[in-house]
Design a protein around this ligand. Structure first.
Ligand SMILES: Cc1ncc(COP(=O)(O)O)c(C=O)c1O
Length: 397
């Protein structure tokens, strides 16, 4: 009916297959390893209720007024103190998804190249496509020199085509979808690469504080604060419904983001920011985080144990030290997109790994989430998925 009234940009939008899955099924009626939802058990409802009342008592109508585009000073200061950065390097965002989108908007012209890992976060790929970026994915390589060479090769190719790399998008901590992290040496190598070739790095790190074992690895931002934009989020450490996150960057970069955000949303949600600021500075966020980490660690361990016990030979998986996901690789020839309807009919959902690969490789992979379901449902869900996979894999072998 509307013919060609829509902008050319809309032609490069694509729908999230994860959200399409949610439309088809009621998540509570199946065993869902599909979404990236936190467990609702981690939302500290009583504490939130108390904090909301405190915010209304303290700020009155100001809590419901428009506010500064950079974010309310209380939250910017709390974030600056937590991450040890000057407050002028903190921009509050309406969640890290907005952070990704706004960074892309201020950096990318149609045809500019964005480098990412292969696989990478679907929501970021959606943003890059919507600004008509040319996305080049580079697979992880355990050999540092080979990893560097793989990037150098892609960058040389981009230059030969007369194009420009604007930024590298990375999720160094407990990546979505793989669950894996970059080592310190890999982070250094990538920061060095960006400096030599003159592009920026967007370090998207919503899972960083959900570490269940091992030592924290310095952020890429800490290695080069003028070249790296660090994106953080309250979604996984507090509650996604607040839609709040932050960007740490050089003030010149933040200034562009600031002007861009004026036309996007004027300011992040004010009441939510005061609640988050109060939660952070009173220590309630950290107290809740300790409980959240214990809960998720238990679920991760459970899932790893169940996979070991039930998965057929030929299936491999990652061992994430934190975050919400792990990644399964089936034997060559397995097609996780085709297999999906059979799994869903049997009552179990996952996300096919192919969707996360900008080059549409990874057909034999799938992402499993372990934060959302109860331990009982994780157990039943893995048994069911493993039984289905046993039948499927013996057919293709
Ligand atoms: C890597 C990554 N970045 C960003 C987001 C978006 O998070 P939010 O917009 O809720 O902060 C997600 C959500 O799952 C994610 O996995």
């Amino acid at each position: 009916m509307y013919g060609n009234i829509f902008s050319e940009d809309t032609a490069s939008f694509f729908r999230s297959p994860v959200r399409e899955i949610f439309k088809k099924v009621d998540l509570n009626s199946i065993y869902s390893f599909a979404g990236g939802y936190p467990s609702a058990e981690t939302f500290p409802l009583e504490e939130i209720r108390k904090t909301m009342a405190e915010v209304i008592d303290r700020y009155g109508g100001k809590a419901f007024q428009y506010g500064a585009t950079q974010g309310v000073p209380e939250l910017r200061e709390a974030v600056a103190a937590r991450y040890g950065v000057p407050v002028e390097r903190v921009q509050i965002t309406s969640s890290s998804q907005q952070g990704i989108d706004v960074c892309t908007r201020v950096l990318v012209d149609p045809g500019d190249v964005v480098l990412t890992s292969n696989p990478s976060y679907l929501g970021a790929l959606q943003s890059f496509c919507s600004y008509r970026a040319d996305i080049r994915g580079v697979a992880h390589n355990d050999d540092l020199e080979a990893f560097r060479a793989d990037y150098e090769k892609v960058i040389a190719q981009v230059k030969a085509e007369g194009k420009t790399v604007k930024f590298l998008y990375m999720i160094p901590d407990f990546q979505n979808p793989s669950g894996e992290s970059l080592t310190l040496e890999e982070r250094r190598m990538l920061v060095d690469l960006a400096a030599r070739h003159g592009f920026l790095i967007i370090e998207d790190s919503p899972y960083r504080e959900l570490r269940y074992e091992g030592e924290h690895i310095p952020t890429m931002y800490s290695l080069d604060p003028d070249r790296v934009i660090h994106l953080g989020s309250f979604s996984k450490i507090f509650a996604p419904g607040f839609r709040l996150g932050w960007a740490l960057a050089h003030p010149d970069i933040l200034d562009k983001i600031y002007v861009c955000k004026q036309s996007l949303d004027l300011c992040p949600p004010i009441f939510d920011q005061y609640v988050a600021a109060e939660f952070l500075s009173s220590g309630r966020l950290d107290e809740n985080l300790v409980r959240t980490i214990a809960l998720y660690k238990g679920k991760r361990d459970l899932l790893l144990g169940l996979l070991e016990e039930h998965m057929p030979a030929g299936v491999r998986w990652t061992h994430p030290e934190g975050g919400l996901f792990l990644f399964l690789t089936m034997p060559e020839g397995f097609d996780a997109v085709k297999f999906y309807d059979r799994a869903l009919d049997a009552g179990v959902a996952y996300v096919a790994g192919e969707f996360f690969h900008p080059d549409r490789s990874g057909k034999n992979t799938m992402r499993l989430n372990f934060s959302f379901m109860s331990p009982e449902r994780i157990t039943e869900g893995v048994r069911l998925l493993a039984a289905l996979l046993c039948a499927e894999i013996s057919d293709i072998q």
